[in-house]
Design a protein around this ligand. Structure first.
Ligand code: OSB
Ligand code: MG
Length: 367
């Protein structure tokens, strides 16, 4: 496949509601959309960088900079053997996986379109719908949290993930468990704890959580292993797993029993699939995380989550959970805890060009 042209745009999009995690909050997203043109067709990707360097060191500005100054000029005009080979000229760039992933994923969409198949099929997906959950941000009061959870339960989500931080953890979750005794429920700490909090974290074992996600620092594989040893609740790693090497280390040490795969975090669909394969071979579950994406990124996540090892519900919620109006048609919907995997070619949903054009505040073109 030859990449003849690339276009990066910034599209501001306001979340319906403020979303707070242990490291801070967000409401006004700056969505970066990438299109790659080749052989008369166009592939779409989304660079899932956050607005601030909290979840990752990458931000909207570093994503824009690394893509426009280094990656896009190097990959345009070149013949590539396939989606992963598109990044061959920029292997020398250290890190910046979200920036690289945007290109790799747009190239997968393009490759699927060139083959005339859905992205799900191109990636090796085996499911026509995927189980989905929802991630609930930190709320000011327990009452507000219970109301949110009840609303999402009514919408049929297959599991509820609740953000926690020191001081808003065991008691808060125990109250939710009391009100919803059978609810498939988990917690995500986004690195808010240290191993010194082990006694507090052990109290979570009584709450029958599916898992606790990323309790400790992103770079603390050893202490995650020490913690997992003492917890009955499975530890799931998110921020820690940026590569296959990270997964190997985590499995060797026993740092987790579950992995949240976000294709942006690990550099694209290729590495996501390999992480999926390693986990599956060991009989360990994975699920697809989210980064508050627009419908473009969501379409990629749904396609990835249709692979057979994604056995747990993902953070792939309905478009209406995030946006007044999504950037794709049709919007993503949830019914009875499942989301349909689009069957059309490529990502299988149409980016709403008129809407995207009207919202775009910054644009860079190559080729
Ligand atoms: O840790 O999974 C996370 C959102 C932004 C940054 C990090 C995380 C999240 C979420 C929301 O939990 C997932 C989603 O619904 O897109
Ligand atoms: Mg997480």
């Amino acid at each position: 496949m030859k990449i003849e042209r690339a276009e990066l745009r910034e599209v501001p999009l306001r979340l319906k509601e403020y979303f707070e995690i242990s490291s801070g909050g967000m409401q006004d997203r700056r969505i970066l959309l990438l299109t790659l043109r080749g052989e008369g067709l166009e592939g779409w990707g989304e660079c899932v960088v956050g607005e601030s360097p909290a979840y990752s060191y990458e931000t909207t500005e570093t994503g824009w900079h690394v893509l426009t100054a280094f990656i896009l000029p190097a990959i345009v005009g070149r013949e590539a053997a396939g989606p992963e080979d598109v990044l061959a000229p920029v292997r020398w760039i250290r890190g910046h996986r979200m920036a690289k992933a945007a290109v790799e994923m747009a190239a997968w969409d393009l490759a699927a379109r060139l083959d005339g198949v859905s992205l799900s099929k191109k990636l090796g997906g085996t499911r026509s719908s995927v189980p989905v959950g929802v991630s609930v941000g930190l709320q000011k009061t327990d009452e507000a949290l219970h109301e949110k959870v009840a609303g999402f339960v009514a919408q049929g989500y297959a599991r509820i993930k609740i953000k926690i931080k020191p001081g808003r953890d065991v008691d808060m979750l125990a109250a939710v468990r009391e009100r919803f005794p059978d609810l498939p429920m988990m917690a995500d700490a986004n690195s808010a704890y240290t191993l010194a909090d082990v006694d507090r974290l052990k109290e979570l074992d009584a709450l029958d959580l599916m898992m606790i996600e990323q309790p400790l620092s992103y770079d603390d594989f050893l202490h995650h292993a020490r913690l997992q040893e003492q917890l009955r609740t499975p530890v799931c790693l998110d921020e820690s797993i940026e590569s296959e090497g990270d997964l190997e280390l985590a499995l060797e040490l026993g740092s987790c029993r579950i992995v949240n795969i976000k294709p942006g975090r690990v550099g694209g669909h290729g590495t996501s699939r390999r992480i999926h394969d390693v986990m599956r071979a060991r009989g360990l579950p994975v699920w697809c995380g989210g980064m508050l994406e627009s419908g473009v990124g969501r379409a990629h996540n749904v396609a990835l989550a249709s692979l057979p090892g994604f056995t747990l519900p993902g953070d792939i919620s309905a478009s209406s959970r995030y946006w007044e109006r999504d950037l794709v048609k049709p919007e993503f919907e949830v019914s009875e805890g499942e989301m349909s995997v689009p069957t059309g070619v490529g990502i299988g949903v149409q980016p709403d060009l008129e809407l995207i054009d009207s919202l775009t505040v910054r644009r860079a073109q190559f080729g």
